[in-house]
Design a protein around this ligand. Sequence first.
Ligand code: ADP
Ligand code: MG
Length: 280
Amino acid sequence: KKEEVPILSKKEQKRARRLFPEPLLNFKELRSKYKISSRLAENVADQGFTVPTEVQLGSLPLLLGETSEPDLLVVAPTGSGKTLSFLIPVINKIVRHHHSNPDEHGILSLVVAPTRELASQIVNEGRKLVAGTGVKITLMRKGMRVGDDGNANVLDENNEESSGSEDEDAENKPAKERANIPVTKSDILVTTPLMLVNALSANRTTTLATLPLVRSLVMDEADVLLDPLFREQTLDIWKACSHPDLRVGLWSATMGSNIEDLTKSTIKERLEDLGQKPSE
Ligand code: ADP
Ligand code: MG
């Protein structure tokens, strides 16, 4: 006689698969299984990486899965490929967004990093991935303006003519002149906390401008962004992202107490907002 072994209900199984999806076995699955934009998949393939790193095989299925995108805290060692892990889902989400909302233009994704050098590296990696997708990625510079309509008044980083040495020229021009350089709309803005806070507080005395269209907020080196040096600016930026569907990703090489405290309180608040018990 067969003994009945209790198993998870259908609903519980679904939830478990969402929380613990299958790892990404190779980069081809990005297209075959997760149906990311074909051009983005090609650009990833062009990087020539053979297999995903641990952080990539774990986080990409979570961020690209069919069920609603989670807020995520990812801790993985330096050099393990976190940049690609957050850029692929961000870019793919924007490609989809452009399809379904062709008339909504503005900053849809914000990537915050503690230093200019780091921000610049992220933009360089991002440029390779956005090629041909119609997605624009921009490095925040001094003198750029960000308006309440969600549009950054920025240089066209994707315009071949304005790249390279001319970028350097732009850097050396006084702020007033730089602000007059022809502008374009950007989808992904990569910035340090200070540069963005300055732009958001331009012409204002008390309140910061908002970034109402941002759906993805990426905090790279989140442990550093949340240490006392940057914490206030970082949280101001988070608050400025006012869209109800905002998703936040915290990426870090170390799990400091500053991160733990913040994520615990944030997750608790969010669950309470949703009317759920903060036990999950
Ligand atoms: P982290 O942000 O985790 O410190 P990076 O994103 O800067 O790491 O990546 C470190 C290096 O590893 C980069 O040169 C990147 O191009 C490379 N890299 C990323 N993913 C892979 C992969 N799957 N296989 C081999 N190298 C990779
Ligand atoms: Mg990194």
